[in-house]
Design a protein around this ligand. Structure first.
Ligand SMILES: [Zn+2]
Ligand SMILES: [Zn+2]
Length: 145
């Protein structure tokens, strides 16, 4: 196993132990699938992938597992409302470019965005725990169409 995958596994085991989430083969598989995903998948997409190895798993189990992963901080939910929840396994500080046509979310890193200042007005409204810049547009795959 490569180093990064090993670290990820360790983080998973540690977090589950810390938060008292029992590690089951199902949860492990769901975590593996999500970790591999680069497309900020919906619960439904993860369900379809997991079902290939665990044909009797229910959508409900997958959905509830993903939510408990977000509650204990193993994965993040992609911001936005009104759409289906999207899950993000990338735990490094990063930003999003979202295509408004195909709804693909691309990760990117940018130091200037990481250092962006929180406006005073927002500081009064609450405590900021996550700063992410979301750019929206039309991706190059869709532009040609
Ligand atoms: Zn697109
Ligand atoms: Zn992301």
């Amino acid at each position: 196993m490569e180093k990064e995958a090993q670290d990820l596994k360790k983080m998973f085991y540690d977090k589950c132990a810390e938060k008292g989430l029992k590690i089951t083969p199902q949860r492990l598989l769901i975590f593996d699938e999500l970790s591999k995903a680069k497309d900020h998948p919906t619960a439904d997409a993860i369900y379809r992938r997991v079902r290939k190895s665990l044909s009797n798993i229910s959508f409900d189990t997958v959905y509830r597992t993903l939510l408990s992963f977000t509650e204990i901080g193993i994965v993040n939910l992609v911001e936005g409302s009104g759409q289906q929840k999207r899950f993000d396994p990338n735990r490094h500080l990063h930003h999003h470019f979202r295509c408004i046509k195909c709804d693909t979310i691309y990760d990117f890193e940018n130091d200037a965005y990481n250092d962006i200042a929180v406006p005073k007005a927002v500081q009064k409204q609450g405590v900021i725990i996550n700063k992410r810049v979301v750019l929206e547009g039309i991706c190059s795959k869709c532009k040609g169409k």
